[in-house]
Ligand binder design. Structure first.
Ligand SMILES: CC(=O)N[C@H](C=O)[C@@H](O)[C@H](O)[C@H](O)COP(=O)(O)O
Length: 227
């Protein structure tokens, strides 16, 4: 089996837990994120999604699961692994898969998504295309992405803003591309994760609902108004 086939089989029907924390969050602390990843492993996750080379390397050192790595830089425009330099640093840190923005927007280093794919493959890792639309997913798969994920739906103009996951996009992608489709973004319950699989997702990424106590606390606090 190739590395790709092996990893694809290992992720089939399984949960990927995203262990990330935004800038300024008390959970943004490498050994804390490693602990979250270890807890996800103990709970039965098949892989970890993690941000920044240092965190990817630390999780690789202490957790026996493949890491889908990314490197967020900023929070506007293309910020998920925006350049080839970011992508190669994530691969060098030990990520089995590098997740990168594959939306239809210019990248800050002027590279194309296809160039990023080639560079990551040469570095020995696979690529997950984070997309917002069906057209972007189809293009990313044609350009060599090994996985396509619905990550950016709802976060980019031109994709539907909604509270829940974009399972319509997941279903449309699964029907249109030959590579495995990952459901990601605002999956808040085990039921939604199961629905994503039923609609054709190969794997499901859950972040906030499992690993973000600050956001979860805020969610409770906002709901607690007396009638
Ligand atoms: C849009 C964007 O920047 N998404 C990021 C991608 O890595 C993360 O902030 C999300 O937490 C991740 O996609 C998981 O999604 P959720 O936390 O909704 O389960």
């Amino acid at each position: 089996m190739t590395d790709n086939a092996h990893l694809t089989a290992a992720l089939d029907g399984r949960l990927i837990v995203s262990c990330q924390a935004p800038p300024g969050d008390p959970m943004r602390h490498t050994s804390t994120l490693v602990r979250l990843a270890r807890a996800a492993e103990a709970g039965g996750a098949a892989a970890i999604r993690a941000n920044e080379p240092e965190v990817v390397a630390a999780i690789r050192a202490e957790v026996g699961l493949p890491v889908i790595g990314l490197w967020k830089d900023g929070d506007t425009g293309v910020y998920i692994t925006p350049t080839v330099r970011h992508a190669l640093a994530v691969a060098e840190a030990g990520a089995a898969v590098v997740a990168a923005d594959a939306t239809d927007r210019p990248r800050p280093d002027g590279s194309s998504f296809a160039e990023l794919v080639t560079a990551v493959h040469e570095a020995g890792a696979l690529v997950m295309a984070d997309v917002a639309t069906l057209a972007e997913g189809v293009k990313a798969a044609a350009e060599g992405a090994d996985f396509v994920s619905s990550t950016l739906s709802g976060y980019v103009p031109g994709s539907p803003a909604q509270d829940g996951p974009d399972l319509e996009l997941v279903e449309a992608l699964a029907a249109a591309v030959a590579v495995p489709v990952v459901a990601e973004g605002r999956i808040a319950t085990p039921q939604e994760a199961a629905q994503a699989l039923a609609r054709g997702a190969h794997s499901v990424v859950v972040g906030t609902a499992i690993t973000a106590p600050t956001a979860l606390t805020r969610h409770f606090v906002k709901s607690m108004t007396r009638p």
